[in-house]
Write a protein that binds this ligand. Structure first.
Ligand code: CTP
Length: 396
């Protein structure tokens, strides 16, 4: 049984949330409803309590179980948060992290997948602020069921009508199906750059931001996996809920990941591991002289190839390759050489995707079948796209 929290906000379409709650219950979900105070002007708490057999929350300090903070309990227990209908106000609040009523407080405390079905006047939807908020929510992995075009309640014509109940329910049930696909699986992710010391204050590194690794960790958590991230120094922290091991060098990354690898079902090597390290890093600070300075570099271990050797039978290994995606020969060669099941190539030479960017475009190459292209997606959508595909290769 999946737990859905259904948030209903103050749109005239609020009455349709009753049918949506029933559809989700028919789909096998336990549904708990949270109304905003404005939604309560259109529909009542009693309606939803009678329909769902569950308490309905409205006010920030509502506490159906004495002594328990409902906003935290509901956020923790939910497998999915659906907000339908979602007004411009809630979208803008979600995007900004405002928590000034029960629903927005639950949303801020919630870390799982979220589905939002906007409904509003067309001008409010087209407003730059609302559009900016929608973009920010999409970048965070929130799924949007786009409002339909037609005559809206205020008499205007345009985009803003709540999507059909069946459309919202099927999007919600699809997300729930998806949230189960890695349940009980252990996922190990190497992420970020490594730092190879030159002396006590300098190092060799690269431009990996760790964003893709963090996105994969978040998506894997949403899919129910237990996630460990072994990460080099990044500005983007791995998501809450993942266990995190911080490392600096490739050798440290190999040692930390080797502890986890034998238990992992899925290994995602996203880290941009330095291929070489300085053979003899100086203990102190290297001082400037008039002479040339020669650093001797020695090869680092290939982390993912080593992990493949100690992984359990049936474990799926996925590597990443920063390669031009119009020539996949090099990526294919890496797939073979490193003993991977999949390699995801991304073209870092293209502006706007890859390193440091919020978007990515992957070509997923498996051992069999033709490569698949994700198209340009937010990194979190890319992560979902990839995990859906590689999860199918896991033994039943
Ligand atoms: N990788 C690794 N350990 C290394 C180098 C790479 O685990 N020392 C992993 C990366 O995490 C990635 C994949 O191998 O999943 C491909 O990385 P890439 O740097 O493209 O491969 P290299 O073998 O270093 O090839 P190249 O010579 O093209 O840099």
């Amino acid at each position: 049984m999946s737990n859905v929290v259904l948030g209903v906000t103050g749109s005239i379409a609020a009455y349709r949330a009753a049918d949506l709650a029933r559809e989700l219950m028919r789909g096998g979900c336990t549904v708990r409803v949270c109304l905003t105070p404005s939604a309560e002007k259109f529909v009542t708490r009693v309606l939803f309590e009678s329909l769902t057999g569950q308490p309905c929350l409205v006010w920030a300090f509502d506490e159906p179980e004495a002594g328990r903070m409902a906003h935290i309990d509901w956020a923790r227990q939910a497998d999915l948060l659906v907000i339908a209908p979602a007004t411009a106000n809630i979208l803008n609040k979600l995007a900004a992290g405002v928590a000034d009523d029960m629903l927005s407080t639950i949303a801020l405390a919630y870390t799982g997948p979220m589905l939002v079905a906007p409904a509003m006047n067309p001008a409010m939807l087209a407003n730059d602020t609302t559009q900016e908020s929608l973009r920010r929510l999409v970048a965070r992995g929130v799924e949007i069921v786009q409002p339909a075009e037609g005559e809206v309640a205020c008499g205007e014509h345009g985009q803003g009508k709540l999507a059909s109940v069946s459309e919202i329910a099927s999007a919600a049930l699809a997300l729930i199906g998806w949230t189960r696909s890695l349940r009980g699986r252990r996922v190990l992710i190497t992420s970020g750059p490594t730092r190879e010391p030159i002396d006590s204050v300098r190092f060799l590194s690269n431009r990996s931001s760790g964003k893709m690794g963090a996105a994969l960790a978040k998506a894997a958590l949403w899919m129910g996996a237990e996630v460990t991230v072994v990460t080099g120094p990044t500005s983007v922290p791995p998501p809450l809920g993942a266990s995190v091991v911080k490392v600096e060098t490739a050798q440290e990354m190999l040692a930390a990941a080797s502890e986890e690898a034998p238990a992992a079902d899925l290994i995602l090597a996203v880290a941009a591991v330095a291929d070489y390290r300085v053979a003899e890093p100086s203990r102190g600070k290297i001082r400037r002289t008039a002479e040339d300075l020669l650093l001797r570099l020695v090869p680092n271990p290939d982390v993912v190839a080593e992990l493949g050797r100690i992984a359990k039978p049936g474990a799926v290994l996925v590597g990443f390759a920063a390669e031009p995606t119009d020539d996949l020969a090099v990526a294919r060669e890496k797939l073979e050489r490193k003993g991977l099941h999949f390699i995801a190539a991304n073209d870092v030479s293209r502006p706007g995707i890859g390193f440091e960017s919020d978007e990515n475009e992957l070509v997923l190459i498996g051992r069999q079948g033709p490569p698949e292209r994700s198209g340009t997606l937010s990194k979190i959508a890319c992560a979902r796209w990839l995990l859906e595909r590689v999860a199918r290769a896991l033994p039943g």
